[in-house]
Ligand binder design. Structure first.
Ligand SMILES: *Cc1c(COP(=O)(O)O)cnc(C)c1O
Length: 492
């Protein structure tokens, strides 16, 4: 059976269900599979199969402690009419690339791909493990995870969901989506700080044993809906496998030929899922890691030094305004050959020195990755050019990815067919996108949505319609040092 263990050296091995409930390891590490499973099928046998059929097999290969019935229940509950695209993740060719549109779920960002299934995986896990405590999901969000987690967990019995987002650090549409969330078990707070502050605060709460004990006495157990939870990461592997099968099906590549994967990257979860797809057996040439001005990953890929002693920028791709990319820890663990002590040392350096340098072995392993970045002006220009030349609308994050891909192509001449992870609907970042395609000033974020729809005719996602009219239900603004007390209040 597949097992999961911590990236920081603890010997304890957990089943998938246990790792999903736990969220983060007690030694502060992240759970990784002890072995990456091989693809459980031949590509040629999957031609013509649906997203659900492919996801069932890919996710099932990692979480083989779930019975087929349990996994089918999870898949069927997650990938249904909630998605506005029948294919779940359509692939659209525009310009030089194939856009894997991951944003047709309820909240119009790719986080729905994993967060529609996580509540099913988690509640199934609690049944399997006979966990009788209420699961309290803590989530730090740079804008999109929060809403997707709220939608996924709203009114799910036996759960409480608490979301912290950076005050002033998300788009108006993103904020309105979160603060109007319905559901008896939902809690949303703006924190005075940025995403890294929120994520660090959440990790600190997780790592406080005394607090966990106190909560346990009142019948609660903490878990995470961030991509530090392996139940978030694994469902994302499915769409990279799916995209390869579809490119073969459409005759873009022959079975066995390679593709490139470009990912607009923040917490490194999405691109790591692509890497897992490669380890399973999907032929991938390069992983192109795209950042905005917060280009800590670009510098890391180019030098082997991860250094967060730098200015933090608020950009128009806020879901990537991150300096501490949590999931990189998992990649480093795999590239180190599973050396938990080494990873523990690096992460301690990050805490104390705000930087670390990896070994030559890890640097060599990073050869699969190309890093690049695009600033706000370049991103906006890229959106405008793509719309003018190819009539295709990209959101700001996807545009960062496309621009970095163009730079990559120019630098390398590589013509390998390329998938771009298209991570959000343009409407979530309507103001930037509208201005980038030449529209004028509007009064607020909602007017930009209307203007963009009127100009482009692109359908507004259901979840963003009438957003302005919804009742605001969450108004709390707190300091970082109030997070723990806030959690306590919510679960009482
Ligand atoms: C979360 C997010 C990203 C970054 O994904 P990671 O898995 O954190 O690297 C990029 N784009 C959008 C729109 C997102 O919501």
């Amino acid at each position: 059976m597949m097992k999961f263990k911590s990236t920081r050296g603890s010997d304890r091995e957990l089943t998938g269900a246990q790792a999903i409930i736990q969220g983060i390891s007690e030694d502060k590490g992240l759970y990784v599979p002890t072995e990456i499973p091989a693809l459980p099928f031949k590509i040629e046998d999957m031609i013509g199969k649906s997203y659900q059929e492919i996801a069932f097999k890919v996710i099932g290969a990692f979480f083989d402690d779930y019975t087929e019935e349990e996994m089918k229940y999870c898949i069927d509950g997650a990938y249904d009419e909630k998605f506005e695209a029948k294919e779940i993740a359509p692939i659209v060719k525009a310009g030089d690339a194939y856009f894997l549109e991951l944003y047709h779920g309820k909240t119009a960002a790719f986080k729905d791909m994993a967060l529609s299934i996580l509540p099913y995986l988690l509640t199934t896990a609690t049944k399997k493990e006979k966990e009788d405590k209420k699961i309290c999901i803590l989530t730090a969000t740079s804008g999109d995870t929060g809403k997707a987690a709220l939608e996924g967990f709203a009114d799910v019995p036996g759960t409480e969901i608490i979301v912290f987002f950076p005050n002033q650090g998300v788009s108006q549409v993103q904020e309105q989506q979160m603060i109007t969330q319905e559901g008896e078990n939902t809690h949303v707070f703006a924190i005075n700080g940025n995403f890294d502050d929120a994520q660090t605060g959440v990790k600190k709460i997780f790592n406080d044993d005394a607090f966990a004990e106190k909560l346990a006495k009142s019948g609660c157990k903490l878990s995470s809906a961030n991509s530090i939870n392996v139940g978030r990461l694994v469902p994302q592997v499915a769409y990279y496998v799916y995209s390869y099968i579809k490119l073969v099906e459409q005759g873009v590549i022959k079975n066995g030929e390679k593709m490139n994967i470009v990912v607009p990257t923040g917490n490194f979860g999405n691109i790591l899922a692509g890497y897992y797809a490669k380890l399973m057996g999907i032929p991938v040439n390069k992983f192109i890691c795209a950042s905005n001005e917060n280009k800590v990953l670009t510098d890391f890929i180019n030098t082997g030094v991860y250094d967060i002693k730098r200015e933090f920028y608020l950009t128009n791709s806020p879901s990537m305004d991150i300096l501490i990319s949590s999931n990189l820890e998992r990649l480093l663990y795999h590239l180190s050959g599973g050396n938990g002590e080494e990873i523990k040392g690096l992460m301690e350096n990050l805490d104390s020195q705000k930087s670390y340098e990896v070994s030559q072995k890890i640097k060599d392993g990073m050869a699969d990755f190309y890093g690049g970045y695009a600033d706000v002006d370049t991103t906006n220009r890229t959106i405008g050019e793509m719309y003018a030349d190819h009539d295709y609308l990209m959101d700001t994050h996807t545009a960062v990815a496309y621009k970095v891909y163009e730079d990559y192509k120019e630098a390398t001449g590589d013509e390998t067919p390329t998938i771009i992870a298209s991570t959000a609907s343009a409407y979530k970042f309507a103001e930037s996108v509208a201005k980038s395609i030449g529209l004028g000033e509007e009064e607020n974020g909602f007017r930009y949505v209307e203007a963009l729809a009127a100009k482009t005719g692109v359908r507004v996602p259901k979840g963003l319609k009438d957003l302005e009219l919804r009742e605001v239900r969450h108004t709390g603004v707190i300091d970082v040092d109030q997070m723990q007390a806030t959690v306590e209040n919510c679960v009482e």
